[in-house]
Design a protein around this ligand. Structure first.
Ligand SMILES: [Zn+2]
Ligand SMILES: [Zn+2]
Length: 272
């Protein structure tokens, strides 16, 4: 069913894809594009990391050189390739990040929270050393600060810490943290920032997307309209993975369309 719905073109886009420009991927852009094309996906965005873990090594010139090449190769075959980037905690690093955003022709800017103080959200030791009553409010406070400061288009993987925290705490239920999530959504709505349904958590033991259905529903009820879906794939085999489920969640939360971005503007609505 999953494969058939993809082949029928039911997954139109993947708005969160990494390649070897990110330190945690070895994939070429061409291999990721070929995987998208094979599945009938018509639009992808390379959102390679540019955050505190790779400020010194990020090379926008290399990124755009390879992007231009895949646009020439895959554009005529029906695949639109957008230029993107994934930032972290932009409210702390705008002085480093903004000049790069101004200098290069990005279509789409994701920003998430990957660090809580000096702990990476994927560091199991952080969750082993601290209880959920401490780590989860700290994460959402940082996420709210990021959303309030703005300067990007979509907030990535809004509860991504659960991917690692789940392995330590053994459970995660977003409804217990509603009071912490809603202020994040309000800041996004106030700043015209969208949210994404990120399917990468479906490939982990936690077995949930980022964020879960309930949280997507709160955002919609509060008036949030801007939504993207992304696999957060770092390998060709994961391009588009779980996005049929992300679409089901979007519809269940009351969404009928996704956003398409070009040159940092919402240029088109994609019916789902
Ligand atoms: Zn991320
Ligand atoms: Zn990512």
């Amino acid at each position: 069913m999953t494969n058939r719905s993809r082949l029928n073109g039911c997954v139109p886009v993947d708005y969160h894809v990494h390649c070897h420009i990110s330190p945690d991927s070895q994939a070429t852009m061409a291999a990721m594009c070929q995987s998208a094309l094979d599945q009938g996906i018509s639009e992808i965005v390379f959102t390679d990391h540019f955050d505190r873990a790779c400020f010194d090594t990020y090379q926008p010139d290399k990124y755009f050189e390879e992007l231009d090449a895949v646009r020439r190769a895959f554009g005529p075959q029906g695949l639109t390739v957008r230029a993107g980037v994934e930032l972290g905690e932009m409210h702390r690093y705008a002085d480093v990040v903004q000049p790069v955003l101004d200098a290069w022709p990005y279509d789409f800017v994701l920003c998430g929270v990957h660090w809580i103080a000096d702990y990476c959200v994927h560091d199991m030791d952080y969750f082993r050393a601290h209880p959920p009553e401490e780590t989860i409010p700290a994460y959402f406070a940082e996420l709210a600060s990021t959303a309030r400061a703005g300067g990007f288009d979509v907030l990535s993987h809004a509860d991504v810490f659960k991917r690692t925290a789940y392995d330590v705490y053994g459970r995660f239920d977003i409804t217990e943290w509603e009071d912490l999530v809603r202020p994040v959504w309000q800041a996004c709505i106030d700043n015209n920032i969208g949210i994404e349904i990120n399917s990468s958590g479906l490939r982990k033991p936690v077995g949930q997307p980022h964020p879960s259905l309930e949280a997507v529903r709160w955002y919609r009820e509060m008036g949030g309209e801007r939504l993207t879906i992304g696999s957060d794939s770092h390998r060709p085999v994961h391009v588009g993975a779980g996005l049929d489920t992300a679409l089901d969640i979007a519809r269940a939360a009351g969404f009928t369309r996704l956003c398409s971005f070009e040159k940092r503007q919402l240029v088109r609505w994609i019916e789902i």
